[in-house]
Design a protein around this ligand. Structure first.
Ligand SMILES: Cc1ncc(COP(=O)(O)O)c(C=O)c1O
Length: 273
């Protein structure tokens, strides 16, 4: 396995960052996960735009997006695989031990892991912890993801693959690594970005391609939605067949099935939509 680290490719065993890297000590970093099919990244331009937005939001130096593109190409070339999870990580770099950032420059890592296609439907739980729609990090894809680690572990314990959060005012927000959609009276709805969710790239494409509405929804919409589905880079559009104790028999239902098909067709037409 070859990894890109700060300007060049390295063997996995020799790719090393400092134990004082601010990404490690305080979670001062941002990341992107990009799907790569047969060595070709999907929607890379949108991922790089969001990387730059997250960097600005954290006050990190503007990433050199040409270098990031070169790094992605080099890592994909060096590690051929059918379905890959390309991971771009960009941190505050070598820093003092507190929350103040050092001046040695950022750390850039691009790595790749092999993955398999997700099942067409899955189970989710809701968790009592909230997403903060008014925080300094709201909407940024930062490496401060420990809340997601805790929630996803709870989901795994309960036989689910995703945990859905409300925000601080009890509205449906998002999952640990996905956005959520519901079908009500044949129409598709998803929480607006103002709910505090990440502006998911799959979410944006799904809204564009299915005509889904961005609607403030209470968390308990999950008790009555006709269909529920998730979107994310590695899930694409994935139906939900159970929310907590509520079974949604027949998932994927007709509206979700159509959304899955439209997504697959449009994504196959254009690798960088
Ligand atoms: C918190 C969170 N919400 C939503 C998503 C889905 O975003 P995308 O479709 O860009 O993968 C992610 C990304 O994995 C995420 O980390």
């Amino acid at each position: 396995m070859k990894i890109w680290l700060n300007g060049g490719l390295h063997d996995l065993d020799s790719a090393r960052v400092s134990v004082f890297d601010h990404g490690l000590t305080v979670g001062d970093g941002i990341f992107e996960t990009v799907k790569a099919v047969a060595g070709r990244p999907f929607a890379l331009t949108r991922h790089l735009d969001r990387l730059a937005r997250s960097a600005r939001g954290l006050g990190l130096p503007e990433p050199d997006l040409d270098e990031v593109r070169r790094a992605c190409a080099a890592v994909l070339d060096a590690n051929p695989m059918e379905l890959g999870r390309l991971r771009i990580t960009y941190t505050g770099g070598l820093s003092p031990l507190g929350s103040d950032r050092g001046d040695q420059g950022p750390t850039l890592v691009v790595a790749l892991g092999e993955t398999t296609r997700r099942p067409d439907s899955t189970a989710v739980i809701t968790v009592p912890w909230t997403r903060n729609e008014r925080g300094a990090l709201t909407g940024l894809k930062t490496t401060s993801y420990a809340e997601n680690v805790v929630a996803l572990a709870r989901a795994t314990e309960q036989g689910a693959t995703e945990a859905l959060f409300p925000n601080t005012v009890g509205q449906l927000c998002e999952g640990t690594g996905s956005n959520v959609f519901v079908v009500l009276d044949g129409e598709i709805h998803t929480p607006p970005v103002s709910s505090g969710c990440l502006a998911g790239i799959t979410r944006a494409l799904a809204v564009e391609w299915t005509g889904a509405h961005e609607t403030d929804l209470p968390l308990d919409v999950l008790d009555r939605a006709d269909e529920v589905f998730l979107t994310s880079t590695l899930r694409d559009v994935q139906a939900v067949h159970r929310v907590d104790d509520r079974e949604l028999p027949g998932a994927p239902g007709p509206v979700t099935t159509k959304a899955m098909r439209v997504f697959e067709e449009r994504a196959a037409d254009d690798l960088d939509p």
